[in-house]
Design a protein. Structure first.
Length: 458
């Protein structure tokens, strides 16, 4: 059976006619605070999974909520027919925490819309793109595109997908697929689509130092008592150069695999702009880098970052004490060739040499991912994004991490394409997170075109 030719006029009418449905549905999704990192939201996670099942069912899919050792996974399938090729679309429906005091618009879990822009936690990461893909799947099923379209919606991605591997081990063999599509990545800029074929890995660590049992008076003990915050600051400064970002841990860069020349050329053709990058992320200043250096650092080099230092007095004014304890939260983003366990071992060994009293606890190990950026599925993504947005995508790597991608590669061993819709200014993990109708409407058209193209692949 040959694919039904795509009728652009019909598709445009479908998109226009369903805008209110999209907005109302996204509002319902956003206002369920599916924060996976906070056990207090466990009931909300279950409500979010039930809502996801209902949305998929209402759209014409067969849906199921699957229990795991942690949070549930929701499966939905359109037009199941084993004579057709199958694409599995992955999205996550859990979200980052949100501090209402940091949001300049409205409450993070109160959806709002203004001039085609949608605000609220989860709008772009990843409920909006997931809903966009679902609407495209509904159109494809209703209009005869001969493809099985399966959704896998996870509720633990923001905490490293600890139960997803077990889910795939239990259900993966019963869900064979010809390819995977992930819609949880970011473009270079508005009007500059991107298809990442690689992701950095991650190795987090908690550094703790205790030098007493209580905070003590700096006048009666200062000069003799150890100051754990000062010592922690020294450890951090020895681990990396804060001005350049370069790690100083021996062996840190030994296993880094350099990108191939074709990849570097693709990076340079991507249209990346430091000026746009700075504006989109609302950064006041950047490190002194050329655009060539910047893209390599973002997409193919590891990092050492400090996320927080805790200890001592944090209230208004100055409380003259010497603290008893200090804590630093750090992470290392990893690239192909780097092993998370080895990296935390190198960190622990180096920190012990600097200050043997600092305890290093490794957290969230995740390897880097590197796929292909050529072949029929890459061609399909290129054609689809050009169809939906009028511009061909750049094939790049992305600096973030998605643990589920590694699990799906292990269990399904099939082509995997990352075709996200989010923009830098949409604010992944940030206050005032948002999404917009321009990305959603173009995304629906792009996904439908992608479905049409991959239905032809045998």
């Amino acid at each position: 059976m040959s694919p039904t030719p795509l009728d652009p006029g019909r598709l445009n009418r479908y998109v226009d006619d369903n805008r209110s449905y999209f907005e109302n549905t996204l509002a319902a999704m956003v206002e369920v605070p599916t924060v996976s990192s906070d056990p207090a939201h466990r009931t909300d996670i279950e409500r979010g999974a039930d809502l996801a099942c209902q949305l998929l069912t209402d759209a014409g899919a067969r849906a199921e909520k699957v229990a795991t050792k942690g949070n549930p996974v929701v499966i939905g399938e359109f037009s199941p027919d084993r004579s057709r090729p199958t694409v599995t679309i992955y999205n996550h429906m859990d979200v980052q925490p949100a501090d209402p005091t940091e949001w300049r618009t409205r409450e993070p879990f109160k959806f709002h819309r203004e001039d085609g822009r949608y605000g609220g936690r989860g709008t772009t990461d990843d409920k909006g793109p997931g809903l966009t893909a679902m609407m495209a799947a509904r159109y494809a099923a209703q209009n005869g595109i001969p493809l099985n379209i399966r959704f896998v919606w996870e509720f633990e991605e923001e905490i490293g997908s600890p139960s997803f591997e077990g889910f795939l081990a239990g259900r993966g063999t019963a869900m064979p697929t010809d390819s995977v599509l992930v819609s949880d990545t970011i473009w270079i800029a508005r009007g500059k689509p991107a298809v990442p074929y690689g992701l950095r890995g991650l190795q987090g660590a908690l550094l703790t130092l205790e030098t007493g049992t209580k905070d003590v008076h700096s006048g009666t003990t200062g000069g003799v008592a150890r100051n754990p915050i000062g010592e922690m600051a020294e450890v951090i400064s020895r681990c990396y150069d804060a001005r350049t970002g370069r790690a100083k841990i021996p062996g840190f860069y030994d296993d880094v695999k350099k990108p191939k020349l074709a990849e570097l050329r693709s990076f340079q053709r991507s249209g990346f702009s430091l000026k746009s990058f700075k504006a989109a992320h609302e950064l006041k200043s950047l490190r002194r880098l050329s655009e060539k250096e910047a893209v390599q650092r973002l997409w193919s080099m590891p990092t050492f970052e400090v996320h927080g230092i805790k200890g001592g007095y944090q209230g208004p004014g100055i409380k003259t004490i010497v603290p008893a304890r200090a804590e630093a939260k750090i992470s290392m983003r990893l690239v192909p060739g780097m092993n998370p366990a080895k990296m935390v071992s190198l960190l622990r060994k180096f920190v012990k040499k600097i200050n043997p009293d600092v305890v290093v606890t490794g957290e969230h190990p995740l390897e880097a991912y590197l796929g292909e950026f050529t072949g029929p599925y890459a061609d399909a993504a290129r054609d689809a994004l050009k169809f939906g947005f009028g511009a061909p995508p750049a094939f790049i790597r992305e600096g973030g991490s998605i643990g589920a991608v590694l699990s799906m590669r292990r269990h399904w061993n099939c082509p995997l394409v990352m075709m996200g819709l989010s923009l830098p200014e949409h604010g992944y993990h940030c206050p005032d997170e948002n999404y917009d109708w321009g990305q959603a409407s173009g995304g629906i058209k792009s996904f439908v075109k992608y479905f049409e193209k991959i239905a032809e692949i045998r």
